[in-house]
Each structure stands twice: as structure tokens, then as C-alpha cells.
Design a protein around this ligand. Structure first.
Ligand code: ZN
Length: 54
């Protein structure tokens, strides 16, 4: 079974924050771009590209 990471960026008032189906969430940001970056960094950490697998 593979655990999926689906990150969503939500708005709350004038803030945005990213959260993931795995339970991870980023702190609230004033910039949606920053939240998207949080999301990208989370995915990069959890699913490193080109990980060698025997
Ligand atoms: Zn995740």
C-alpha cells in the first residue's frame, strides 16, 4: 500500500495555509505563493525524486 500525499492550500481570512492528507500542515502564511512553496517542499521531502530502489 502506498501512502498518498495530497496537499491542499486553504484560505482563512487573509491567511493561507497548506495541509496534506498525511496529517502534515504548514503554518498560516499571508501569501498563497508561500503556502504553495510549503506544499512543494513537503512533497519533495516525503517523495524524493529518483530515490534508488533495488
Ligand atoms: Zn504529506
Amino acid at each position: 500500500m502506498s501512502r498518498e500525499h495530497q496537499v491542499t492550500v486553504d484560505e482563512r481570512g487573509s491567511f493561507t495555509f497548506a495541509h496534506c492528507t498525511c496529517g502534515w500542515s504548514a503554518p498560516a502564511r499571508r501569501s498563497r505563493d508561500r503556502s504553495r512553496r510549503d506544499a512543494t517542499e513537503h512533497l519533495a521531502e516525503e517523495q524524493p525524486a529518483g530515490t534508488p530502489r533495488p
